[in-house]
Design a binder for this molecule. Sequence first.
Ligand code: ATP
Ligand code: MG
Length: 327
Amino acid sequence: MKRVLSGIQPSGKLTLGNYIGAIKNFVELQHDHACNFMIVDLHAITVPQEPAALTEQSEAVAALYLAAGIDPNKANVYLQSHVMQHAQLGWLLTTLTSMGELERMTQFKDKSAGKESVGVGLFVYPALMAADILIYNADLVPVGDDQKQHLELTRDLAGRFNHRFGEYFTLPEPYIPEVGARIMSLDDASKKMSKSNPNPGSYIALLDTPDEIRKKISRATTDSGREVRFDPATKPEISNLITIYSQCSGLTIAEVEQRYEGQMYGPFKKDLAEVVVSVLEPLQQRYREIRESGELRSILRQGAERASEMAEKTLQDVQRLMGFVGK
Ligand code: ATP
Ligand code: MG
């Protein structure tokens, strides 16, 4: 059975981009793969997080995973910080990583742009992400388009380790959806939708109320034309909304275009809001049940226990191959 690893940062409220680009695929892959789905809290602190918010957001991400359909009996669901071997292997891989490689990461450039002070953690975290993946020798990593470059770095680091210390790591493949791998911001279709965007109007949070969703979609920017047509180059805003429609309704992009042929943006946006609400309302209901059940912490503990076994074995193998003295 192929091994799968992925994670989401508890750095804000999960968005529809996280759902379409990542979580939907987690749910599909769990049936016939050995899956580990983390809440990557060690990644989240690469930008400042208020402690109480970090706790709340971490539990919210875990509950949203389950509400979206991840079954903790099929997949390990846990907090990255509960399996400390990630940080340990992260350090070992950091020593194999060059400054130049990290400087080329577009996510680092985006997140550090215009900041007075940039944390070292933000710079080196792709090596920790490589450790997250390699510690389970994962074959597949379901992620959105923006993580492609980090995956390439992971493959380079795995290859470099194998070359220097002996064949050990599997080179992981990204698993990126054909449609929906990059959902764009509602207020600016040149930027991806992000949970850490300070403008809540730029994203639909998975826990937004139906009215908030309707309001945000009605205010989403569009071009001044009137055709509901998929053409990302000349109509990026409408194309993004068509993608969301398609991903939430199960219709193909062509079917969405056909349905709104000859119609204006207004009715299209109104229907889109209802399509999104119809996906998120039941998810939110399950989310509330999970939060109220009081079972979350024990699910996370069990997930971490199961994941730790393999992580510890890998760490020991890697240390031995690198020449560390065994205990
Ligand atoms: P942040 O702004 O804090 O980085 P984020 O929204 O980018 O938050 P991450 O935790 O960095 O979320 O990413 C979690 C997963 O969601 C990754 O697999 C990422 O590729 C995917 N993802 C993030 N944003 C989008 C998007 N706009 N469209 C599709 N997938 C996305
Ligand atoms: Mg991100």
